[in-house]
Design a protein around this ligand. Structure first.
Ligand code: NAP
Length: 250
């Protein structure tokens, strides 16, 4: 571990078994934080993330739980608190998509996407907040999406959830600013994880044509921005949305 201004901080990353969440967990650990690695179904992958962190001299705790279920989200936060007695950083990263045009979208597609992306963020934020307020210190970063800013056909549910996260971020930022808790969002464009890899080659080509930098983002691109928002250099930034999209919606 290299260590930096996050030395000794306690972090919880939801959906940290794969993709962007795994990369954020590893980067927070590299910067010196002890990290709760939440997963829902991919236990083996989450164990690998924990192993990578511990092998490089860091500390991590594997935490199973579905963030969209109240009792489960509460248990996820409690396990981190039981282990380290504080919580400095919450990254609301867990997310899913169920893409379909509105005419074909059913209620289940709608509810599932809203439940994981938006309700999960509400629940985890609510459960960490008493501790952050008590500490008079905390950082929450919500993983939104450019789709929440610009919309995207076939993603009415996902765009609504990600736009909802932006309103949530700004409202809560105002509520807790006086307690030295910052709440920000990042809005990644298209990032090469499972989510983008599932798209057809043709769709990927079309999307690339809309990105001025001519490449998809990487999980590392997103993690570095999140790391910045968690660090001391960002202590006066709250209620903001940082777009990470290679200029796509500039
Ligand atoms: P991913 O590779 O599909 O990983 C999703 C993660 O979320 C997994 O770790 C998964 O855990 C977890 N998860 C799903 N449902 C959960 C639940 N109910 N409770 C707890 N964890 C749950 O996705 P990704 O591409 O890394 O995306 C991460 C975040 O970035 C999401 O919020 C996504 O909307 C956002 N984002 C992604 C892109 C992109 O292009 N990839 C762009 C903009 C925003 P298990 O596997 O253990 O179930």
């Amino acid at each position: 571990m290299t260590g930096s201004d996050l030395d000794g901080r306690i972090a919880l990353v939801t959906g940290a078994s794969r993709g962007i969440g795994a990369s954020i967990a590893l980067n927070l650990a590299m910067a010196g934080a002890k990290v709760g690695v939440n997963y829902h179904t991919s236990r083996e992958a989450a164990e690998k993330v924990v192993q990578k962190i511990t092998e490089s001299g860091g500390e991590a705790l594997i935490v199973e739980g579905d963030v969209s279920e109240e009792g489960s989200a509460e248990a996820v936060v409690s396990q981190v608190l039981e282990r380290w007695s504080r919580i400095d950083i919450l990254i609301n990263n867990a997310g899913i998509n169920r893409d379909r045009l509105l005419l074909r979208m059913n209620l289940e597609d709608w509810d599932q996407v809203l439940d994981v992306n938006l309700r999960g963020t509400f629940l985890c934020s609510k459960f960490v907040m008493p501790q952050m307020i008590k500490q008079r210190k905390g950082r929450i970063v919500n993983i939104s999406s450019v789709v929440g800013l610009s919309g995207n056909p076939g993603q009415a549910n996902y765009a609504a959830a990600k736009a909802g996260l932006i309103g949530f971020t700004k409202a809560v930022a105002r509520e807790v600013a006086s307690r030295n808790v910052t709440v920000n969002a990042v809005a990644p464009g298209f990032v090469t994880t499972g989510m983008v890899e599932e798209l057809s080659e043709e769709t990927q080509k079309q999307i690339l044509g809309r990105i001025p930098m001519g490449r998809f983002g990487t999980a590392e691109d997103v993690s570095q921005a999140v790391l910045f928002l968690c660090g001391d250099g960002a202590s006066y930034i709250t209620g903001q949305v940082l777009t990470i999209d290679g200029g796509m919606i500039a």
